[in-house]
Design a protein around this ligand. Structure first.
Ligand code: 3H9
Length: 701
């Protein structure tokens, strides 16, 4: 963990104005040293008889982006943010917050405790605590409704969205916006101030709650209906706003403090905070020590199907020039239709203006000529999963790409080393495995093989980050055939589920059990959505491991032409145009015939049995990937499962969940299941090691 600078706050003077400058890179988080520094500087500034007013500003990227989240798991140290903000609010001389970058969470609460606020025109403000399972706990829930009214305060706190400086000025959250030099404008503004503006704390009267009580009741009902009674932070936000309307400030602050502590102690917040840091940790690749990302301006994508078009859209949306190569005129037209449909939808929904949509499309070049690839800095092959076809296209790409271009394949399970060799320049070739829909899903597995150069890997990482994606390193291993991290785990997940189908559970029961755990969809709903033929082709393309049990049910369905939603018949039957179906009785009949044929007697599985077996298989597969060096850290697996497969983010991920149970209990529960299917449930060596050493997966992060 990085150490905060020893003196992260400086006090300067510009005539009669005292300037308190925070400098705690990278985001000026309000850790203990910063809080102490601000308090000391403020006291000194107030004590100085030549001080007329005080400006609080920050150096570097941003005004504080919040409390230091890393401190939440440590013992509290004074002054707390609440104590510091009381000090600011009660200062006898006017205090101005000078905001640039992103004033978030505790950073915005700091600004609200000041008497006046001025911001750069490109600054953004928000209270994103809800994304961490928290609420603004340093006065935000009390000061914000008093400044902008309960309705808008709810919107900001419930969504966690950032608002532009212009909008903040319109709604009364800040006093002034400048496109000039913020620091000098703030000092000039401070010189005009003659008095401390009464702030929330100074108010003796209560806020008039009468008009707002219906709003509060409606918000509470809405949260319960949308999220259920277990949605701690949203419900507590409603309680706090209600308190802001009905109680004096001090009582409201006390209630907020207790509500914040409750949220902080919740499993949900621990999971969300873990997910936040896991994503950032995942983006740290060891190759960064040896190389920096090369500049990427033009990307090219070969293959304009759903995946290729999705990557093209993601590229356009992030400001890259994009060449999309498809075969023949019909391929080009189909890709254009998909991309055009995205922009039409986005414009219709008001997410983009017509001008923005049209401007993005001017950076798209659609062609059927491979020789256009010579201009691209990064070329992504995104055709179907057929090794020979991919190898021959990659060879053609290798022949025309410019010498320093990076070539990437979007394969999800084919042999990356062999595909890289096919380009004739394996050092420049990596895997970039996007997840559908690529224009939305943030996950990209960066496939690393023995011959790949650090430069190529880092260029892939830099490109993924520039698209706002979360890159996760996945090293190919011997016998690579099940995919990188995500698909390898999904394979274990499905096998655990299929074994239960053979033994008496139904697809709907398994799907329901996994939904009740928090997955948005169960495994058979996903199979129907993806198309059963895709996984079938993958199974057919590789030799079967004789040590791994094979369940033929899905193969039999494909042979019947039941491919899922695309044929309106899969594990479920779908009415025309519907995406949710009813259980397919023919599949249930097929499963029971299959069971009889194999001589298996059906037994009952409770929802808990189902979840246990699947979750144990997932954790064990994750542990195996760690042992094989495919995944670098347990938290990378968590990131992949949360983004790629809808593992509930509020649980952090499967490896964090396993730590909560403890690896030794996981190992002993696995030992009960292992005889049924050792390939799935015999504890992986890493798990056994952790159990023996009484360690946790987190120790390997
Ligand atoms: C809060 O304020 C509670 C209060 O209401 C009440 C308290 C009592 N703390 O994201 P990036 C690190 S809760 C510690 O890659 P970007 C981050 O881990 C907080 N560290 O950059 C990373 O470290 P590393 C409410 C933090 O430009 C580095 O900074 N605030 C914090 O893509 C760069 O981060 C939030 O939830 C933090 N608060 O995005 C805001 N924030 O270099 C959370 C960041 O070692 N932060 N780091 O990997 C963000 O949303 C983004 O970081 C931000 C910059 C938009 C600011």
């Amino acid at each position: 963990m990085k150490q905060a600078p020893k003196h992260p706050v400086r006090l300067e003077r510009q005539g009669t104005i005292a300037l308190i400058v925070i400098e705690n890179p990278p985001v000026n988080a309000l850790g203990v040293a910063v809080r102490r520094g601000i308090a000391a500087a403020l006291n000194a500034a107030v004590a100085h008889d030549k001080t007329d007013a005080i400006v609080i500003a920050a150096n570097g990227r941003t005004f504080p982006a919040g409390a230091d989240i890393r401190e939440f798991d440590m013992a509290a140290q004074e002054p707390s943010l609440g104590q510091l903000f009381d000090l600011i609010e009660n200062a006898p001389k006017p205090v101005v917050a000078a905001i640039h970058g992103t004033a978030l969470g505790g950073g915005l609460e700091l600004a609200m405790a000041a008497h006046y606020r001025i911001a750069s025109s490109d600054a953004r403000m928000g209270l994103p605590e809800i994304h961490l399972g928290l609420l603004p706990g340093a006065g935000g829930t009390q000061r914000l409704p008093r400044l902008i009214g309960a309705e808008l305060a709810f919107d900001m706190m419930m969504s966690g969205n950032q608002l532009s400086a212009g909008i903040c000025a319109e709604i009364g959250l800040i006093d002034s916006v400048t496109s000039g030099d913020l620091r000098s404008e703030a000092v000039a503004y401070a010189r005009t101030l003659t008095e401390v503006r009464p702030t929330a704390l100074n108010r003796t009267h209560l806020m008039d709650g009468g008009d707002y009580m219906a709003t509060v009741a409606a918000r509470r009902a809405q949260v319960k209906a949308d999220l259920g009674a277990g949605a701690l932070a949203p419900l507590k936000i409603v309680d706090c706003v209600e308190a802001a309307l009905l109680l004096p400030m001090d009582a409201g602050l006390q209630l907020e403090r207790a509500a914040f502590e409750d949220c902080l102690a919740s499993r949900e917040s621990a999971g969300l905070r873990h997910a936040f840091f896991a994503e950032r940790r995942a983006a740290k690749f060891p190759e960064a020590a040896d190389a920096k990302p090369a500049k990427v301006e033009r990307i090219a994508i070969v293959g304009g199907g759903t995946m290729g078009s999705g990557i093209a859209i993601a590229g356009l949306q992030s400001g890259f020039a994009v060449t999309l190569v498809e075969q023949g005129e019909s391929g080009v037209n189909a890709a254009l239709e998909q991309i055009g449909a995205f922009y039409e939808r986005s414009i219709a929904k008001g997410r983009l203006s017509e001008a923005q949509g049209a401007a993005a499309l001017t950076h798209l070049q659609l062609t059927n000529k491979l020789d256009t690839l010579g201009e691209a800095d990064l070329i992504i092959e995104a055709i179907g999963e057929d090794f020979d076809l991919k190898a021959s296209i990659l060879a053609e790409i290798g022949a025309v790409a410019k010498p320093d271009a990076v070539i990437a394949t979007n394969t999800s399970y084919l042999d990356l080393s062999a595909l890289a060799a096919a380009t004739g320049r394996p050092a420049n070739t990596i895997g970039l495995h996007f997840f559908a829909p690529a224009q939305v899903n943030k996950l990209v597995e960066v496939g690393v093989h023995d011959a790949a150069s650090a430069q190529a890997v880092m260029t892939g990482v830099g490109f993924a980050k520039a698209m706002g994606k979360t890159p996760v390193r996945a090293r190919v291993h011997k016998g690579f055939g099940s995919g990188y991290i995500g698909n390898a785990i999904l394979e274990a997940y499905r096998l655990a589920a299929d074994i239960m189908l053979e033994h008496g559970a139904t697809p709907a029961q398994i799907d329901g059990a996994m939904r009740s755990f928090g997955f948005p969809l169960g495994p058979y709903q996903i199979a129907d959505m993806s198309g059963l033929d895709i996984a079938y082709a993958r199974r057919q393309s590789k030799p079967r491991d004789p040590d791994v049990r094979y369940v033929e049910i899905a193969d039999k369905m494909v042979e019947q032409g039941w491919l899922g939603q695309k044929t309106r018949r899969g594990y479920y039957i779908y009415a025309e145009g519907q995406r949710t179906g009813v259980p397919n009785g023919d599949v249930l009949k097929m499963i029971s015939e299959h069971r009889a044929h194999k001589g298996i007697t059906a037994r009952k599985f409770s929802d808990r049995d189902i979840r246990d077996r699947i979750l144990l298989a997932i954790v064990n597969a994750g542990a195996r990937l760690l042992g094989e060096g495919v995944a670098a850290r347990p938290s990378d697996i968590d990131t992949v499962m949360v983004h790629g497969f809808g593992y509930p983010r509020s649980r952090g991920g499967p490896m964090m969940d396993a730590d909560a149970t403890t690896p030794s209990i996981i190992a002993s529960r696995l030992s009960v299941l292992a005889p049924e299917e050792p390939s799935l449930w015999a504890a992986a060596p890493v798990l056994t090691m952790l159990a023996q050493e009484r360690q946790k997966f987190a120790d390997l992060n």
